[in-house]
Design a protein around this ligand. Structure first.
Ligand code: FES
Ligand code: FES
Length: 156
């Protein structure tokens, strides 16, 4: 066990954990943030995506020891009241179906817009490629990202 300190959704946190423990388990089981989902557990589906210093990572294959001193943002930290432009666009475009993949989709979209404020369809497809949606919401995700980019000003 080790004391591992990082910044989570804007707040400093310290957890006692085996450094090899997947970040996903620490988020869900130790810290109670269950918005980040477990699906494949192998770094393949993207459901467990979080932002690590602004980049999307799969938290199921990220040892918590690797995030010491870094900044983690989960779906709970994307906005205070669920009103991030991406979250509003998701509602406007009726993106979610079963919803299970959607926290990961929103995290991936946030990382994309941070890098490309007015992304092309190809950039969207490339960035969202790592998050699988069994319900096939990809076309609505693309529309919602364009909508959010426009609302956010989109100057690249
Ligand atoms: S649960 Fe982490 S990538 Fe699938
Ligand atoms: S909305 Fe069901 S898996 Fe994506």
């Amino acid at each position: 066990m080790a004391s591992i300190a990082f910044v989570l959704n804007g707040q400093p946190v310290t957890v006692e954990a085996d450094p090899e423990t997947p970040l996903l388990w620490v988020l869900r089981d130790t810290l109670g943030l269950t918005g980040t989902k477990y699906s494949c557990g192998e770094g393949v589906c993207g459901a467990c995506s979080v932002l690590l210093d602004g980049a999307r990572v799969e938290s199921c294959v990220t040892p918590v020891g690797d995030v010491a001193g870094l900044t983690v943002v989960t779906i709970e930290g994307l906005s205070e009241n669920g009103d991030h432009p991406l979250q509003r666009a998701w509602i406007e475009e009726s993106v979610p179906q079963c919803g299970y993949c959607q926290p990961g989709q929103l995290i991936a979209a946030a990382a994309l817009l941070a890098e490309h404020p007015q992304p092309t369809d190809a950039q969207i497809d490339d960035a969202m490629n790592g998050v699988i949606c069994r319900c096939g919401t990809y076309h609505r995700i693309r529309r919602a990202i364009h909508r959010a980019a426009d609302e956010m000003g989109g100057a690249s």
